[in-house]
Write a protein that binds this ligand. Sequence first.
Ligand code: EPZ
Length: 424
Amino acid sequence: MDVLVIEGGKPLSGSVRISGAKNAVLKLMAASLLTAEECVIRNVPRIKDVENMVNVLLGLGAQVIHDGDVISIRAGEDLSWEAPEDNAREMRASIQIMGPLLARFGRVRIAHPGGCAIGTRPVDLHVNSLRKMGADLRDEFGFITGSCTQLTGQDIYLDIPSVGATENIMMAATLAKGTTVIRNAAREPEVVEVQNFLNRMGAHVRGAGTDTIRIHGVDQLGGADHTVIPDRIEVGTYMVAAAMTRGELVLSPVIPDHLDMVMAKLRQAGVEIDVRGDHLRVRGPRVLRPLDIRTGPHPGFPTDMQPQFMAMLCLAHGTSVIVENVYSSRFQHVEELMPMGAQITVDGRLAVVRGPCRLTGTRVSATDLRAGAALVLAGLAAEGITELERVHHVDRGYEDLEIKLRGVGAAIIRKSVVSAEALV
Ligand code: EPZ
């Protein structure tokens, strides 16, 4: 069990290289199951969720070569359709193999996915949409099991613009008979990335990035060679790090359009941001201003940036209000920020953050991926030493976090703590 030890109070300064997008690459790996030909995915981040997805694909019998930031996948005709249970339960993205396995092999058996404990995360939109396309799916004993002869294109209206459900339906529909229309589709950049990858494989997908996506089924898909977009949430996290330490960072590569709302809110808080092509220069102000934040589907404020902004708003001169509209329980980081001196009141999906507060270092624990990131940021700004436990949550989604932060002046090290039982 690793612990990150941070000595706060040092303004960050320098350049950070941004890695490939976690929430895109995991789906492209799943989409590779749609063909027997080789798929090559580049700019793959070295994070635990990618390792897990590699193990899921290996468990299905796919050939996977993972060399640095390049992954080559070849899912042959003899593939199994039963996902390895342990790996599937490790992350939310494992649900994304359901559409491809049904579309290609007509069978699937997968354990309910795991992932961040940030509220109830049902998969009803995934299951019901695939049922409407002709899959006979049973959701029982913690597994989703099912089969189909041939998926058929359907007009599907999503009650919620679910990112994962949109992507699962897109992938399934590429080999379905006829045309599928997804209405109230998720509009996240990662959904557009899945469209681009599928079209490189020979699919006919149009409309990703809008609320209506049309997919014309084809008989077969081929391989693809694709470089993944930069991770917009990693960019946002480092922007907040600069904001909280009165530092100045240059981040690249970035796609500024993916960060419109985040940049607008940071500028509203007094953070200076210069955009130059695929580079961002971000400068933290002497005084941070309070904000009202309401998370929502893209292009609204991304829920995956809410914990990081909450940490920043502890330092703002005034009272901020945060409303978490996407998940039912994404305020676990509040319990950990309070002992550091944060002044936060939570009532359901609403949090009131009073500032400025004097953050002081102490021992805290990551409860999920972005909560862990928020606590690292708080440690960077706090007086004294912060020790962050359960770092494995953070390792799921950030490549070399402490190495990148040390590279721009943070006093942060990773301690490996061997538990007593591990010694017996
Ligand atoms: C993706 O999760 C991301 N994960 C999440 O990032 C992100 O927070 C989320 O999209 C929203 O942007 C990956 O891409 C691996 P949803 P996903 O389906 O697809 C409800 C991170 O920190 N819902 O858009 O699971 C659901 O409970 C992670 O990187 C249903 O009710 O998100 C939630 O309240 C955290 N039924 C809302 O929709 C369903 O069948 C949005 O979920 C599916 C979802």
